[in-house]
Design a protein around this ligand. Structure first.
Ligand SMILES: [Zn+2]
Ligand SMILES: [Zn+2]
Length: 352
């Protein structure tokens, strides 16, 4: 199969022909129809994850089952499917209680094994992890759910439990941040979007932000306090750096809820977080990590009804070659919205 291969940390990714993965026991082999390019792929490329090289990245995907491994009960060849980027083992107590997103033995395509920047990807524990794509939902839309959109959905609805009429600040409106803006708006919250990128803020306003604030020169907490008469009820750090996390937390009102979604790198051992404010104002600091398949039906229902339109966040669709060029610069890419990859050119034979 053709795939984007990274030979070592920070090596230039190359498109070449590699062996198609074996279909796992209890798993399936999926022909990839669409796969998102995400900042997490850049983190993997840059050496921030434990990855065995040579490696094929890619963790936000949708496609068609090409082969079914022994032990799989629920799925057959030809089914249209997607997966959350955190795939549970299907065996442990966390998985059986509907919390595969924190499974201690989790697999992540594109990190723990070869991912979806390829014509085929192997997926484990299919009966636990696969989600059927409704007929009315396109592959690219489904692929956009697996990481950023589903993560934002869980962060806003299940973790922060945002309610209609509440103020919510989203710091960083890349893919996950824009998703959070759209979802919070659909749930009736009033949204303030914060970013350095004016183009990203323009898109944020289109998908539901009532106010936008340009970070860099503005005192974000002060500006949010002005807009909200005393601070937001909920804040989301969708970036994952000290400034973004601090701006998000310090823009909360007393007893506000902060959700940390962006991966926050350590400073001298641990990340620095304004904990004094969290204590004095009784703030809730929440972590959020993906979303299990059992929580997909509620999200897919809102998508089928058009209440949520993740496809509006897809900015462009590219091929494997262009994606290989783009990956090393993706931390700096001033792209508003999501980048989608189609590993198989649609002109050629799109079936097996
Ligand atoms: Zn498990
Ligand atoms: Zn991702």
């Amino acid at each position: 199969m053709r795939a984007i291969v990274v030979d070592e940390v920070r090596a230039q990714p190359q498109v070449r022909t590699v062996p198609t993965p074996d279909v796992p026991h209890n798993g399936v082999l999926v022909k990839v129809m669409a796969t998102g390019l995400c900042r997490s792929d850049w983190h993997g490329w840059a050496g921030h994850d434990e990855i065995v090289f040579p490696h094929v990245p890619g963790h936000e995907l949708a496609g068609v089952i090409a082969e079914v491994g022994p032990g799989v009960q629920r799925w057959t060849r030809g089914d249209r499917v997607t997966v959350p980027f955190v795939c549970g083992c299907g065996q442990c107590n966390w998985c059986s209680s509907g919390n595969a997103q924190i499974c201690p033995n989790q697999q992540q395509p594109g990190f723990t094994h070869w991912g979806s920047f390829a014509e085929y990807v192997a997926l484990h524990a299919a009966d636990t992890n696969l989600v059927a794509i409704p007929e009315s939902v396109e592959f690219a839309t489904a692929a956009s759910l697996g990481c950023r959109f589903a993560t934002a959905f869980r962060a806003v609805s299940a973790r922060a439990k945002v309610r209609a009429g509440e103020w919510l600040t989203v710091v960083g409106v890349g893919g996950v941040g824009l998703s959070a803006v759209m979802i919070a708006n659909a749930l009736g919250a009033r949204v303030i979007a914060v970013d350095r990128n004016a183009e990203a803020l323009r898109v944020a306003a289109q998908v539901g932000a009532e106010h936008v604030l340009r970070s860099g020169s503005t005192d974000i907490p002060a500006a949010v306090f002005d807009l909200t008469d005393g601070g937001a009820h909920v804040a989301v750090d969708a970036v994952g750096n000290e400034q973004a996390c601090s701006d998000a937390i310090l823009s909360l009102r007393r007893r506000g809820r902060h959700v940390q979604v962006g991966l926050l790198p350590p400073v001298e051992g641990h990340p620095r977080v304004p904990m004094a404010r969290a204590i004095a104002w009784e703030l809730d600091l929440l972590g959020s990590h993906g979303m299990a398949t059992v929580d997909y039906p509620q999200m897919l229902d809102l998508i089928e009804r058009g209440v949520l339109q993740p496809q509006r966040l897809i900015e462009r669709t590219i091929g494997l070659e262009e994606a290989a060029e783009l990956l090393p610069t993706f931390d700096r890419a001033a792209v508003a919205g999501m980048t989608m990859i189609e590993p198989t050119p649609s002109r050629s034979d799109g079936t097996n």
